[in-house]
Design a protein around this ligand. Structure first.
Ligand code: GTP
Ligand code: MG
Length: 218
């Protein structure tokens, strides 16, 4: 499908793309969601902690089979007091990065609750990747790789350990999330070709952010 061109190019927001995927990064405060996004979008990192207020987003374009996919990546505040605001953005999200901090047991224990939030507020087929961040801090590790992997298996999510600081597995996490979303869309079109008329994408696209309707075959 051709991209719509209304001539109004927003700053940092190229309108020339074939598909748009809305993604959310969620998890407890201080696990590294903003750092993760900054590393991916700007290849930058700061050790200063500025807790996110509400929600913010960045865009980044990736390519699959000669098609451009614009990722609209929402960075949510982990603090409880912003929960009402942030969960309003779950609707229409096609993918989630659910993050904990491998040096923070509480953030790992909260994963189940975050998963329930996804089920409650998002589209049924939203894809999720569980991420254990700060894997550069091996000496302070309190959550083993195996515990993370096991929990991901139980929840049916893919799993990565990452470091925003040392740039470990950041790009791979996003690439993997895009791949599973593409696979899921291709599967759903195969099993129900009638959906290619737009029904499922209408579901995908009725989120808080404007989404391009698409028939992804990537
Ligand atoms: P909220 O906005 O409150 O939800 O927090 P957040 O999840 O966005 O955390 P943020 O990215 O602001 O990072 C919190 C702190 O952890 C900051 O001091 C970061 O520098 C640090 N941090 C983030 N990622 C890493 C990492 O991979 N390794 C190390 N060592 N520190 C990290
Ligand atoms: Mg933040």
């Amino acid at each position: 499908m051709a991209a719509t061109q209304d001539g109004k190019q927003k700053e940092n927001s190229d309108q020339n793309f074939d598909y748009m995927f809305k993604l959310l990064i969620i998890g407890n405060s201080s696990v590294g969601k903003t750092s993760f996004l900054f590393r991916y979008a700007d290849d930058s990192f700061t050790s200063a902690f500025v807790s996110t207020v509400g929600i913010d987003f960045r865009v980044k374009t990736v390519y699959r089979n000669d098609k451009s996919i614009k990722l609209q990546i929402w960075d949510t505040a982990g603090q409880e007091r912003y929960r009402t605001i942030t969960t309003a953005y779950y609707r229409g999200a096609m993918g989630f990065i659910l993050m904990y901090d491998i040096t923070n047991e509480e953030s790992f224990a909260a994963v189940q609750d975050w998963s329930t939030q996804i089920k409650t507020y998002s589209w049924d087929n939203a894809q999720v990747i569980l991420v254990g961040n700060k894997c550069d801090m091996e000496e302070e590790r309190v959550v083993s790789v195996d515990s993370g992997r096991l929990l991901a298996e139980q929840l049916g999510f893919e799993f990565f350990e990452t470091s925003a600081k040392d740039n470990i597995n950041i790009k791979q996490t996003f690439e993997s999330l895009v791949d599973v979303i593409c696979d899921k869309m291709a599967d759903s079109l195969e099993s129900n070709p009638a959906e290619s008329t737009g029904t499922p994408t209408a579901k995908l696209g009725d989120g808080a952010a404007p989404l391009q309707q698409s028939e992804c075959s990537c």
